[in-house]
Design a protein around this ligand. Structure first.
Ligand code: ATP
Ligand code: MG
Length: 536
């Protein structure tokens, strides 16, 4: 009995095994046949059956995404797509996920799995959906993925234009979402230094805007228009074949708002600032190294360019590197250290502004500031290099009104008239005006007291200036009187000496006349009264 059961089981196991093997073989034969003869025609037919194409852009798997600093770095393209879609998602999608942006306090909104949004590009609808990435290996968890679906006939548009547009716009959104940065250059540079070894940064959170910047409103508007023009002119600069950059020279006395203007520019354009301290650099190649490590959408600043280095000489007279120069110390060569010290030259700086390196990716603004425009080499500031010269001047009434609004929150006041009149007569920097408008007690914005203090200060300055003027006038008068007296004295002396010489001449004539009488006695007299020839 037992033996019969076993026989039955064995035979049925054999039956099923052979059946399975036969099916597999059949599938294998069919697959081979399909691969050899049918795959291509079916693929050609597919667009007719399903004309939609999909592209997956996946997040980088976490196990690969630890950077050397130990932070998780998501795939650039995926993050850019998410940033790009964030605005569309917040408008259209009903089921969203929100994740903290990599930097800053913002959120990035993205689609929950299975959700779809549509994006229009040049009249074509692109459809984006969130899907789970297909597993490629058994040992790693499936990641997230953005799937783009579009019609076959828009393939070229998507590949050539839409995807680059998505990345660029995504980068801009990511850049805009993070806080602005203020970079400063590190001291020790080498040719192989990485970006983070060349620049260090802090978040730039300066509150100045063009609204709070005190200056003539027309001039302010002109600068804002110029910045707008520049930042929207990518295609224009490409077309005319110029690097996408613009130079501004800010000049004026200390405390007139040059640095404040740079902060306002950065906040207006949402650009980072790279503040270059030239005095810490040794050679032109240091400068180049710094420059190539800057990114697009940045303002590169060199403050007090007149004091930074001896960049005022002409290019021809810049010191050559040793050993061609006699005086090694003067040439910037430290014999004791066997090292060049300071051979950063004007021509190096000019190359930095408009040499080949200046054309690498993205838009850049270069700003120089100086208190002494006249000290700079014309080559450094000629138009084209520094496209716009902006004079930051003493506080006028319009600028004062901005400061009064900033500090005291008043737009009109009975004391404004007096201030206007005094500002016309006295030169005071916005920094000094601002100082007067700072209330002594922060809690009480006492406009009357602050304005009265400003008026007192202005009056004091006016009196001091008048005093100085009258003193100079007195000094001038004294000097003039002394001069006149001296001239009179000289004149009298001249007259006296003339009359004396006349007298002497007349006496000499008399002698001659007397001598003529003695001519007979052997003395001959020439007709000249100046010389007497005596023939003995
Ligand atoms: N035009 C202005 N608008 C608003 N605030 C100003 C202006 N000018 C000066 N201030 C105030 O004065 C302070 C000093 O100004 P800022 O540092 O911009 O002057 P500066 O021209 O750069 O001077 P320096 O030549 O000494 O570098 C600023 O912090 C700001 O509060
Ligand atoms: Mg300054």
């Amino acid at each position: 009995m037992m033996g019969a059961v076993l026989d039955h089981l064995r035979s049925s196991a054999w039956y099923y095994l052979t059946a399975v093997l036969a099916t597999c073989a059949r599938i294998g034969v069919v697959r081979t046949y399909f691969n050899q003869y049918l795959r291509r025609p079916v693929r050609r037919l597919l667009p007719f059956l399903d004309p939609f194409v999909t592209i997956d852009i996946a997040a980088k798997p976490e196990e690969y995404s630890f950077s050397y600093q130990g932070k998780v770095k998501s795939s650039d393209a995926y993050a850019e797509v998410l940033a790009y879609l964030s605005a569309v998602c917040s408008r259209e999608a009903r089921e969203l996920r929100a994740e903290g942006a990599g930097e800053g306090h913002g959120f990035v909104l993205s689609l929950r799995e299975g959700q779809v949004v549509a994006d229009d590009f040049k009249g074509v609808t692109m459809s984006w959906s969130a899907v789970a990435e297909e597993k490629t290996t058994t040992w790693r968890a499936s990641g997230r993925c953005c799937r783009l679906t579009f019609h076959e006939r828009h393939r070229r548009l998507v590949v050539d234009e839409y995807l680059p547009h998505v990345r660029r716009a995504g980068q801009e959104v990511m850049f805009g979402n993070r806080p602005r940065r203020l970079y400063s250059n590190k001291k020790e540079l080498s040719y192989h230094s990485r970006r983070d070894e060349v620049w260090s940064y802090i978040d730039f959170d300066h509150p100045t805007t063009f609204d709070t910047l005190a200056m003539d409103p027309a001039k302010k508007q002109m600068i804002k228009d110029d910045l707008d023009d520049f930042s929207n002119s990518r295609d224009y600069y490409r077309r005319i074949g110029k690097a996408w950059k613009r130079g501004y020279l800010l000049h004026g006395p200390p405390g007139t708002g040059k640095s404040t203007m740079i902060a306002a520019m950065a906040n207006y354009l949402k650009y980072d600032i790279y503040d270059i301290e030239l005095t810490t650099l040794e050679t032109n190649s240091d400068l180049r190294k710094l420059f190539i490590e800057t990114t697009g959408k940045s303002i590169i600043v060199i403050e007090d360019i007149d004091c930074s280095l001896d960049l005022t000489g002409s290019r021809a007279t810049m010191l050559p590197p040793p050993p061609f120069h006699d005086d090694a110390a003067e040439a910037g060569y430290d014999k004791s250290r066997g090292k060049r010290l300071n051979i950063l030259t004007l021509s190096g700086l000019l190359n930095f502004i408009d040499g080949l390196w200046s054309a690498h990716s993205g838009e850049r603004i270069i700003v120089f500031t100086t208190n002494h425009l006249d000290k700079l080499d014309p080559a450094l500031i000629r138009r084209g290099r520094m496209d716009m010269h902006i004079e930051m001047s003493y506080c006028g009434f319009e600028a004062f009104k901005t400061l009064a609004n900033n500090y005291l929150e008043v737009e009109a006041h009975p004391l404004f008239g007096a201030v206007e009149e005094l500002l016309r007569a006295v030169e005071m920097t916005p920094a000094d005006v601002a100082e007067c408008l700072m209330p002594s007690k922060r809690s009480a914005r006492d406009a009357d007291a602050c304005l009265a203090r400003l008026i007192d200060q202005l009056k004091e300055r006016k009196a001091a200036e008048e005093d100085k003027e009258s003193k100079t006038a007195d000094e001038d008068d004294e000097q003039n009187a002394a001069k006149e007296e001296e001239e009179d004295k000289r004149e009298t002396e001249k007259v006296a000496s003339k009359s004396k010489s006349k007298k002497e001449k007349s006496e000499a004539c008399q002698v001659v006349t007397n001598g003529a009488h003695t001519g007979a006695s052997g003395v001959s007299v020439s007709s000249s009264t100046d010389s007497l020839l005596i023939d003995s």
